[in-house]
Design a protein around this ligand. Structure first.
Ligand code: GLN
Ligand code: MG
Ligand code: MG
Ligand code: MG
Length: 425
């Protein structure tokens, strides 16, 4: 059956002039990997490929064979540096069963078993650079035609739409050379797949013009970082249960409570790299305290003003795009769901500039502290313990190497070591 579906899909691809296709996946650390193939032998593809699960973070070295099976529902066609290309995301299997340490498999399972219909939107921030320097001098919502990269952004939007991915908006962000694109709300799995594809599309568009695109959380000292703010809504039929008559409902408050309660246990999923914590410093609209507010861009959770009813969202401003995106969606889905089930009270809202306030609990300030605090509190999210241990193992290695080769534990400056390791993804 799967073979026939592939046969049909690949015939369409050949008819559309597709010369190559890619089967990709994010490894546990979020690096995009995959194979480039020709669409002539659909059967081989339908059967999958053997890959090394050890080098990709998913297993020990003693038991490292896994099969990458493309998920045909993720198929998109776009113009990449090798011509008209089919794009497929794959899943990892072992002994015919989905691998439990592969985040996309887990997210699929959690989404299918979820009691609530959660939709996620996102703001994907990135810098366009030339020789590791921001490419323009623009700022927030800069629209001047003097910007030499205006056409790149137009191209990204057009190509995403041609590939069947609708974007809500795209605009220049606060930093020079910094941009943001916003996919429309969808299921957590679909959104994660969309982010994987969008990042690839943005890299391709940048590289075609001799530029670099970076999603690194804090690429430049003294300039704003790159976030991946996540917008959450919860639906019952055509009703968004988080808002009623323009106000947050009990459910809305519970989602905020859940996010606040599970931020620390799951922070290695949302903010997994050394560089993640260099973004979380005062003064750049990135959060530093575990707070929530309305229309307040100094808080970790924001309820945007003027968005209510069906389009109302709770915005989680902590995540960045480093690491595996399926882990982030899983963290958000888990926190929202637990908040709703347990009716978690978010406590009082923060009405002041949190950067100038005191007395709020702090978000961990380094990867070292994040490792310690999340492992200490993971008892609160027992179903995710195994996956968290796997991620923690990987990040402990990163932290050790960083301390040996580059930084001191408290350093807040971005190091060359980080730029080398994370700038190009
Ligand atoms: N760049 C900021 C961050 O790191 C967000 C800025 C904004 O979207 N207003 O989260
Ligand atoms: Mg925005
Ligand atoms: Mg933004
Ligand atoms: Mg935002």
């Amino acid at each position: 059956m799967q073979g026939e579906d592939f046969e049909r899909a690949f015939k369409q691809l050949r008819d559309k002039g597709v010369k190559f296709f890619e089967v990709v996946f994010q490894d546990l650390g979020g690096v995009l990997r995959g194979r480039v193939l020709k669409p002539e032998k659909p059967d081989d593809v339908a059967r999958g490929f053997r890959i090394d699960a050890f080098s990709t973070g998913f297993s020990g070295v003693e038991d490292s064979d896994a099969t990458l099976l493309p998920d045909l529902s993720t198929l998109r066609v776009y113009e990449s540096s090798i011509g008209r290309t089919g794009f497929l995301i794959g899943d990892l299997y072992r002994g015919g069963k989905p691998m439990e340490t592969y985040p996309r498999n887990l997210l699929k399972k959690w989404e299918a078993e979820s009691r609530y219909k959660v939709l996620l939107g996102a703001e994907l921030e990135f810098y366009l650079a030339r020789d590791y320097k921001p490419v323009d001098n623009g700022g927030y919502m800069y629209v001047s035609p003097y910007s030499t990269v205006y056409p790149v952004i137009a191209e990204i939007v057009t190509k995403a739409e041609e590939a069947g991915l609708a974007l809500k908006a795209a605009h220049h962000e606060v930093g020079p050379g910094q941009y943001e694109v916003l996919p429309t709300p969808m299921s957590p799995l679909a959104l994660s797949d969309a982010i994987v594809f969008l990042k690839k599309l943005i890299w391709e568009a940048a590289s075609a013009r001799g530029l670099q695109a970076t999603f690194m959380p804090k690429p430049f000292n003294g300039l704003p970082g790159n976030g991946l703010h996540v917008h959450i809504s919860v639906h019952d039929g055509d009703r968004n249960v988080l808002f009623e008559d323009g106000e947050l409902t009990e459910e809305g408050r519970s989602v905020i409570g859940g996010l606040l309660a599970y931020t620390v246990p799951l922070i290695l999923f949302t903010n997994p790299t050394i560089n993640s914590y260099k973004r979380l410093v005062p003064g750049f609209e990135a959060p530093i305290y575990l707070t929530w507010g309305r229309g307040n861009r100094s808080t970790m959770i924001r309820v945007p003003m003027g968005l209510r009813g069906a389009s109302g969202v709770v915005e989680y401003r902590l995540p960045d795009s480093s690491g595996n995106v399926y882990l982030k969606a899983l963290a958000v889905l888990y926190s929202a769901e637990r908040g709703l089930r347990e009716r978690v009270d978010p406590g009082p809202e923060c009405r002041v500039n949190a950067f100038l306030a005191d007395g709020y609990p702090r978000i961990p300030g380094t990867l070292g502290e994040a490792l310690e605090k999340s492992l200490e509190s993971i008892g609160k999210a027992p179903e995710l313990r195994d996956l968290l241990s796997k991620v923690a193992e990987l990040e402990k290695g990163e932290w050790r190497r960083y301390l040996e080769e580059a930084g001191s534990p408290e350093a807040s400056e971005v190091t060359e070591w980080e730029v080398k390791r994370y700038f190009l993804g």
